[in-house]
Write a protein that binds this ligand. Sequence first.
Ligand code: TYD
Ligand code: MG
Length: 457
Amino acid sequence: MARPRQVHRCTACGGVSPRWAGRCPTCGEWNSLVEEEVEVPTGAGPPPGWGGGVPVPLGQVDLAGAAPRPTGLDEFDRVLGGGLVAGSVTLLGGEPGVGKSTLLLQVLRTMADSGARVLLVSAEESAQQVRLRAERLGPVPPLLLLLAGTDLGSVLRAVEGAGFDLVVVDSVQTVADPQTGGIPGSLSQVRACADALVRLAKDGQVPMVLVSHVTKEGTLAGPRVLEHLVDTVLTVEGDRHHALRLLRAVKHRFGATGEIGLFEMGEVGLTAVADPYRFLLGDRRPGVPGSAVFPTVEGQRALLVELQALVTPMAPSGAPRRSAQGLDPGRLAMVLAVLDRRAGLPSGPTDVFASVVGGIRVQEPAADLALAMALASACRDVPVPADLAVFGEVGLGGELRQVPHAPQRLQELARVGIRRVLVPAATPEGPAGIELVRVHSLAQAVELAVPARTRVA
Ligand code: TYD
Ligand code: MG
């Protein structure tokens, strides 16, 4: 039995409040609560798919079925820690056009090719569009089934009891439940559809992948609430104007997060990239001011990226611009402030642009020193030496701190032949053949890497 009840749900965080308020009591967002009717179960039983509601000794919980099953698309499986778990629900987010549909079509094809029964629910593209895309990727396997349409009921009927090995719903924002109010894509619709699909996956022990579009700001469109409902959240990142795509696990109930998969978008879909070096540093022009090479670590992988900075006099009217692409704007502001106060390099009334080349996002504090060198190099119009890479964290006092994964970073630099690295003084020795240029302060790093040009009178 269930009875309906009115609640107010936050469109930003998904938090629930019994009565309306101007500000969400959970996340503090203003004007984000909307009215919603929920079914409150009156019986005290467990949710469906969770067993009989009887406590069992933890050590006797059946682990069969909890093992991931490989899809056969290696980079995808790697990010998932082996593959998809039966009954698990994965949300795949990314900006429109980044390659979500292409990636999942490849996963479905690979599974179908090895004899699995798989279903693609296309609520966004017509059956003809999907077939054309699929044929672009190669002969279409007979075990790949398609359901084109947006009606939730049809999806539930097609999947229930059909014993699929994988169901992909593309996208969860375009499936609609006629029983629920609101237009497709609205919070109440997306929630109702996701709820029903999650229950379907758990009850039938079918792994399911739901596609979700992400807005420019990087949040899963509107309903952050979906993140709580699913077991795994994957994102596809990349710049549409570059070929490199990054698949990342940001939440994973069955394994580690942070692991990344690297793909190249080409004429026949996405192919795994074994050596991202040529993408990330291939177009680099050594000797140009405002550039520094930084070895970032993502999951088990070290990647060399180029950080770029440009400092220009600001327009006479207006406020100074600070643009950070692929970098945390707060980190950029902090590094600029420390350069000003601790290294005597004021950015003053200028516009500052900083970016990571290749559409990669770098969030780790280990990038501070490299960012600072790119900025100092741009300010002074002096290039960082072409054979010098940089990593380290910068403190507010201008001190430099060692960072995790130093051996991995140094190994990757050695592999591609970069022989000198500017690092915080306490960094442990790396592989033979790599020279560590140890520095104690940001001011010292600036003087070593980008010494001011001596002016000729
Ligand atoms: P798509 O998978 O439709 O993106 P999403 O589902 O995230 O919106 O990818 C669309 C882009 O990928 C589009 O610009 C065309 C390009 N593309 C290729 O470059 N090669 C290919 O083989 C395919 C299928 C798409
Ligand atoms: Mg798509």
